[in-house]
Design a protein around this ligand. Structure first.
Ligand code: CA
Length: 229
């Protein structure tokens, strides 16, 4: 599944150049020319990473990064700031607002892609064979085993994949469309309510240990795995 990158940049030429490079590198690209557009894109389809230009009309990239960090929905969204500024002080300011990394213009697309991949590796470790554990729920992709507080659970194959997806992308809201893309794969035609059916099955298996509460329905948006209630 290609990672989805949101490019927030008011200069159309740069935005398009970056998007072309992203698509060539196998990523999905979403575009926004300013902060309000970016916000609308995020609410419609949660990206895996945001490339955020420092200089934007209206709300600056720095202010918008700060806002993304303050909101529950986007608190963990990886952010790379793009900027023409090279001073060390500005760099620190950018990172203080919550950006994870910083790329100075002019940049080579190769350098940018490398930074994106590096940040995605850190922030979205669906490196398939790593076992994951959240609140006593343990999933091991290598052995296909799931345990809740040490007790084995029996999950169907789709429920297993669904749980794996949630556990490797916690604390973020995923639309049904995004879940279908990631868990079922983009080439299969499945109705969105299929997601609801499998979520229900998954919750039922997790009920005995109380872990069903980790999977939350976010009205109008989709689902989220959260330990924060
Ligand atoms: Ca700009």
């Amino acid at each position: 599944m290609p990672a989805r990158i949101l490019v927030v940049e008011d200069e159309q030429a740069i935005r398009e150049m970056v998007c072309v490079a992203l698509r060539q590198a196998g990523f999905d690209c979403l575009e926004a020319a300013d902060a309000p557009q970016a916000q609308a894109r995020i609410l419609a389809t949660m990206p895996d990473l945001v490339l955020l230009d420092w200089m934007l009309p209206g709300i600056s990239g720095v202010d918008y990064a700060r806002r993304l960090r303050q909101e529950k929905l986007t608190r963990h969204l990886p952010i790379i700031m793009l900027t023409a500024r090279t001073q060390e002080e500005d760099k620190l300011k950018g990172l203080e607002t919550g950006a994870d990394d910083y790329v100075t213009k002019p940049f080579s697309t190769r350098e940018l892609m490398a930074r994106i991949r590096s940040l995605l590796r850190r922030s979205a470790p669906q490196t398939v064979d790593n076992a994951v554990e959240i609140s006593g729920l343990h999933l091991d992709p290598a052995t296909h085993r799931v345990q809740a507080n040490g007790a084995s659970l029996v999950l169907g194959p789709m429920e297993f994949r669904l749980l794996h997806f949630f556990m490797t992308h916690p604390e973020r809201v995923h639309s049904r469309e995004r879940i279908l893309d990631s868990v079922w794969g983009g080439n299969v035609y499945v109705e969105e309510r299929t997601v609801d059916v499998h979520i229900r099955r998954l919750r039922k298996v997790l009920e005995a240990s109380g872990h069903d509460a980790l999977i939350q329905t976010v009205r109008g948006s989709g689902y989220r795995m959260s330990v924060q209630g």
